[in-house]
Design a protein around this ligand. Structure first.
Ligand code: FES
Ligand SMILES: [Fe+2]
Length: 351
């Protein structure tokens, strides 16, 4: 399969994208973020409610995030127009009252936002007028009070597809992530993993992790792991060892056509890990950095717009990703139900 033959837009719409961590959006503050090439203002009222608006003043296009949050409204720095968290304009200071201009009829686009488990998700609708999301925000198997225990993020200088494909590709591990304490080319062996379709993607069903993964051994006990992927670029690895659980969330958020934020957020309920957190942080940074280095090198080749290959079986998850994208894009455009194209199957490869 050649990924260039599967035509779908780079950015999928009507889906939730991870925007930022709740801890990075303080009460009474606003900030800017570009998502899918769109300017977005993220804000949090003094009361703690987070909201997202298009970061362009409808008056003359000034980024509203350059203004301030005042009395629960966003004030544009240019002429002081104010906007509620709902997007509706609430005040135009220059009006004397006889112009026939009604502030309340003016609005800036509001993006649906969901905040849970310390994560802020934004729904990127196809239709700018859409107020209600057509699909629920991602649910993680966590207690409502669970908060991230470790966060590591890096900006990948590539389109979302390369970040996602790199994430689900099992064959690069022994080459890109080689380290004496992890694994090497010599540790390569044949693997068979069962897959099943799941919500907006697929799941490598619960299994015992490979014996060549040292980090798993540290957790001890009877370990199982389940790895799922869902559109637009969300990977969840859930490791259980008795009552101990680690959940690793990886999100790929496209800022624009050639920059993608890849962020790893971990949750665990294991008290004794705390002193090892600095080590875990370094490990996460090293791993993500190795992936980032590789896509950076890849960019040099992609400038020449080469044909690319996806081969059986190691690249099958990547094939599914492209098929899922195509199916989602077509279903969204035709307003028909999304049909998951992933089969239930076993994939075999050496890694
Ligand atoms: S540009 Fe925002 S108030 Fe004029
Ligand atoms: Fe990797």
């Amino acid at each position: 399969m050649n990924p260039q033959d599967v035509k779908s837009p780079l950015f999928l719409r009507n889906l939730w994208y991870f925007a930022l961590h709740a801890r990075d959006l303080k009460a009474g503050k606003i900030r800017h973020k570009t998502l899918l090439g769109e300017p977005i203002l993220l804000g949090r009222t003094k009361e703690g409610e987070a909201f997202a608006l298009r970061d362009l003043c409808p008056h003359r296009g000034v980024p509203l995030s350059a203004g301030q949050l005042l009395d629960g409204t966003v004030e544009c720095p240019y002429h002081g127009w104010r906007f509620k968290p709902s997007g509706q304009c609430s005040h135009i200071p220059s009006l004397v009252g006889e112009e026939g201009v009604e502030a309340s009829k003016i609005a800036v686009r509001k993006y649906p936002l969901a905040e849970r488990n310390g994560l802020i998700w934004i729904y990127m609708a196809e239709d700018a007028q859409a107020r209600e999301p057509s699909t629920p925000a991602p649910e993680l198997p966590l207690q409502p009070g669970a908060r991230p225990t470790l966060i590591e993020g890096q900006l990948f200088p590539c389109a979302i597809d390369h970040a996602v494909v790199g994430l689900m590709d099992p064959a690069h591990g022994p080459f890109v992530h080689k380290a004496w304490w992890w694994r090497s080319k010599k540790s390569i062996h044949a693997k068979a993993k069962k897959y099943a379709p799941s919500h907006l993607g697929f799941t490598m069903v619960t299994h015992k992790p490979s014996s060549n993964s040292t980090l798993y051994k540290i957790l001890g006990g009877d370990i199982t792991t389940e790895i799922s992927f869902q559109l637009p670029g969300i990977r969840v690895e859930h490791i259980k060892a008795g009552r101990n659980e680690v959940l690793g969330l990886t999100t790929c958020t496209p800022l624009n056509d050639n920059e993608t934020e890849v962020i790893q957020t971990f949750y665990w309920n294991i008290g004794w890990i705390a002193p090892f957190k600095p080590i875990a942080q370094r490990v996460a940074r090293t791993f993500l950095g190795q992936d980032r280095n590789m896509v950076t090198i890849q960019q040099q080749g992609l400038k020449f717009n080469p044909r690319m290959m996806l081969i059986q079986d190691a690249d099958v998850p990547a094939m599914w990703y492209y098929r899922l994208k195509k199916e989602w894009a077509e279903a969204t455009a035709a307003k028909t139900p999304f049909v998951n194209p992933v089969p239930e199957t076993t994939l075999r490869w050496r890694s």
